[in-house]
Design a binder for this molecule. Structure first.
Ligand SMILES: NC(=O)c1ccc[n+]([C@@H]2O[C@H](COP(=O)([O-])OP(=O)(O)OC[C@H]3O[C@@H](n4cnc5c(N)ncnc54)[C@H](OP(=O)(O)O)[C@@H]3O)[C@@H](O)[C@H]2O)c1
Length: 310
């Protein structure tokens, strides 16, 4: 759908998820779209899907030239978080916006400033920021960047702001599990409360569609504390086939899978793996439970969804 079609109300919203949610969170009363920044990425797609499943028109914020990568059914709008180009146009007339920075991007704090300034300039009423669990953890520079981005948004954005702080997703380890081998540059026994990305997206839709929620901060964590070793055991049980697990070192990762990354991103991820080796990443599932009105999805259920339906 083009921006012109959106304006004319002539586009049909194709919904990936067949479940259409009704009730107080439904969008019928407000025809204005929600802007999802990074809509061509893993998280942005999931958030866009969750909004469209509620009948909400989605403006997919994508990099110029990437309009074709917008989720089906969304209206693509070009914007560049590095230069700020397109931001005001993309935000103008939206009922709310979901902001996230690209993974481990060194300019994350300035990106937040550009979004806050553009959103305030066009009078955006409501903004939700996709942060990370434990943004104060100084061992991980990209967590600190997210903490600083939260502060900039709180200071510079004139509308209502909600911050979501997700743990690592179930979906991060899923591709390796499905491929039959998980390789880890940190201890397989470190504990995690990984969270299902679809639960994160559902929580995002809940807070995006409720502008009265300004000022809230929510950790988004899964319902179980599991080591990767246990996640692999559960995966083998649910999938009915062996899944191998191999620990490697951070140095081996730097010289192997990490070798092709920009040096700064490599250092940031290496620092993250070292922190994971020490403590994993663990938080409280209660805030996500409250937002969803149900217990968050366990790891085994995420796996079951990948099985062919009988
Ligand atoms: N994965 C996790 O477990 C986890 C947990 C907590 C928080 N997070 C955070 O979630 C955020 C998104 O992660 P993700 O895994 O969904 O990332 P992703 O799949 O790599 O998506 C990143 C998105 O940002 C877009 N982008 C890149 N440069 C841009 C620019 N200059 N202007 C506008 N858009 C740009 C990408 O567009 P293209 O498609 O054109 O590249 C893509 O749509 C990150 O900030 C990450 O730290 C992730």
């Amino acid at each position: 759908m083009t921006r012109e079609q959106e304006a004319a109300g002539s586009g049909t919203v194709a919904v990936h998820d067949p479940v259409v949610v009704s009730g107080p969170a439904a969008a019928e009363a407000d025809p204005r779209p929600v802007l999802v920044v990074g809509a061509s990425g893993k998280t942005g797609r999931a958030v866009s899907r969750a909004l469209m499943a509620r009948g909400v028109p989605v403006r997919a914020g994508v990099r110029p030239g990437r309009e074709g990568a917008a989720p089906a059914g969304a209206t693509s709008v070009p914007l560049d978080l590095v230069t700020g180009s397109g931001l005001e146009e993309a935000l103008s007339g939206a009922r709310a916006a979901y902001h996230m920075a690209p993974n481990v991007h060194p300019d994350e704090v300035m990106m937040a400033r550009r979004v806050a300034e553009a959103a305030s300039a066009v009078g955006l009423p409501h903004l939700v920021f996709h942060s990370v669990l434990h943004p104060e953890d100084a061992r991980m520079p990209h967590h600190l960047h997210k903490g600083d981005a939260e502060a900039v948004l709180a200071q510079e954005f004139s509308g209502s702001l909600v911050v979501l702080r997700p743990c690592a997703y179930h979906q991060n380890v899923l591709p390796q599990v499905l491929a039959g081998e998980v390789v880890l540059p940190y201890s397989a026994d470190s504990p995690f409360t990984t969270v299902d990305l679809d639960d994160v997206a559902e929580a995002a839709a809940v807070v995006l569609l409720d502008p009265s929620r300004g000022g809230e901060v929510h950790d988004l964590c899964g319902p179980e504390v599991l080591s990767t070793r246990r996640m692999v055991e559960v995966a083998a049980e649910v999938l009915g086939r062996p899944v191998a697990l191999r620990e490697t070192t951070v140095d081996a990762w730097r010289n192997g899978p990490g070798a092709g990354l920009p040096a700064e991103a490599r250092d940031v991820l290496a620092a993250m793996f070292t922190a994971y080796d020490e403590d994993g990443l663990v938080g409280d599932p209660a805030p996500l439970t409250a937002l969803l009105g149900r217990s968050p999805t366990p790891w085994a259920e995420t796996l079951r969804r990948t099985l062919p339906s009988s």
